[in-house]
Design a protein around this ligand. Structure first.
Ligand code: DI6
Ligand code: FE
Length: 403
């Protein structure tokens, strides 16, 4: 086994709240796994034969994880952006058959090949920013064939690119026209047809629901969670984005990996999440783009010790951003997350939100997903806007920068 040593770096190990910084560090990996981390001066002599990479004092971190995206879609909603700037609300546009359903129409009309051609560059864009692991949700198909089509494209992205893709079935994202006025009937269809077929093809790593006054009720959400549990699949939830439906407590009761959005999260919801160990996935892109004013309860989440992750929510309607470092900047500038919290939010806590516990840290035994940045301090990435400081990216020990 040939080991690789990246030395003379400032390493942010993400092993503690202060990021576990080591000033002049070396990181050793072999066979795709981290073998050693510590001060360059203490590097064991066993690695004398290793391939050496001089980091020239730059910042080395775990590669990033984008733990909440809707990356596979067709069509554009720029017209709705314009409508909103002329005074219509997101909920009004949805009620008129626009919103999510307009993307459903375009996604249904697109072939799998077309969807792949549209989505692959989005995943490559994230990789170019230092992202090694992304979650991709379905939810723009809303029929058996179209949900499977979206999930197959998501899996295909993971095969075409070196990055890791976790798939999430979000068939309960909106009510399809075929089930107008019959939300319970659609939930039956998800449970009886869509979920079993997706599981049979190994297309599902987790199950999600849009629990909202313009989405699905708590009772309907729970029925989907029961079905997920039957298959041994972990759950997560779009919760408390536009109103408080007590969804976070529900997903916590099912040992959910995460509750996502959370602007309207209550104190009791926070308490349930803390007890269950569910991650709070915050999505500042949607908050910003929908021009929301209600902030997620960040101080209360901190006080309760709920791990906070940050993701793009990349989608054409509420967060048309394929830019994870920008979300770190938004989280800091709009919500006063600290740069340390933003970093943990796209590394260790984001991995945990996908059930990939321990990943997103520079620690022995973890997958060697590493990012080398042309930066001298971690806070620089949360402060600047534009440009791309990524110098090199390794995924499972393979340098993929030239991909
Ligand atoms: N919440 C969101 O922010 C996205 N889905 C959801 O449940 C929006 C999706 C869209 O508008 O297309
Ligand atoms: Fe979302």
């Amino acid at each position: 086994m040939t080991a690789t040593v990246i030395h003379s770096v400032q390493a942010a190990c993400m092993t503690s709240a202060d990021l576990g910084l080591i000033k002049d560090a070396a990181v050793v990996f072999a066979d795709g796994v981290i073998q050693w981390v510590g001060p360059s001066a203490s590097l064991p002599s066993d690695y004398a034969q290793a391939e050496l990479i001089d980091g020239h004092g730059r910042l080395l971190t775990p590669a990033l994880t984008d733990c909440h995206t809707h990356l596979v879609w067709a069509g554009s909603r720029a017209g709705e952006f314009r409508q909103r700037l002329h005074g219509a609300s997101y909920a009004e546009i949805a009620a008129q058959g626009g919103g999510i359903l307009s993307t459903v129409k375009a996604t249904r009309a697109a072939s799998a090949d077309t969807l792949l051609a549209l989505s692959l560059p989005r995943a490559e864009t994230l990789m170019a920013q230092g992202v090694a692991h992304i979650e991709i949700k379905s939810g723009y198909g809303l029929s058996l064939d179209d949900e499977l089509k979206q999930l197959r494209v998501a899996r295909e992205i993971g095969q075409r690119l070196p990055l890791k893709v976790s798939t999430t079935l979000l068939a309960a994202h909106a009510l399809p026209p075929e089930f107008k006025n019959d939300a319970d009937g659609y939930i039956d269809h998800i449970i009886d047809a869509i979920l079993p077929a997706a599981v049979a093809e190994n297309l599902v790593d987790a199950v999600d629901v849009f629990c909202e006054n313009i989405g699905f009720s708590r009772e309907q959400t729970e029925r989907v969670f029961q079905a997920a549990k039957h298959y041994g699949l972990p759950v997560k939830l779009h919760a408390e984005q536009l109103s408080d439906q007590d969804g976070a407590a529900l997903v916590a009761a099912y040992d959910g990996l995460s509750a996502d959005h959370l602007e309207y999260l209550s104190a009791s919801g926070i308490d349930s999440m803390a007890k269950a160990g569910s991650v709070a996935v915050l999505l500042p892109g949607a908050f910003y783009f929908l021009r929301e004013t209600k902030l997620p309860p960040i101080q209360a989440l901190r006080d309760a010790g709920v791990p906070i992750a940050i993701a793009t929510d990349a989608n054409p309607g509420s967060s048309p951003f394929i830019q994870l470092p920008l979300m770190m900047h938004f989280a800091c500038s709009l919500w006063q997350l600290t740069p340390e919290e933003a970093w943990l939010g796209v590394t260790r806590n984001a991995a945990r939100a996908l059930g990939d516990d321990g990943q997103g840290t520079l620690a022995i035994g973890q997958r060697a997903d590493l990012a080398l940045w042309d930066l001298t301090a971690p806070e620089e990435i949360t402060y600047q806007f534009g440009g791309n400081p990524l110098q090199s990216l390794w995924i499972a020990g393979k340098n993929v920068s030239e991909h």
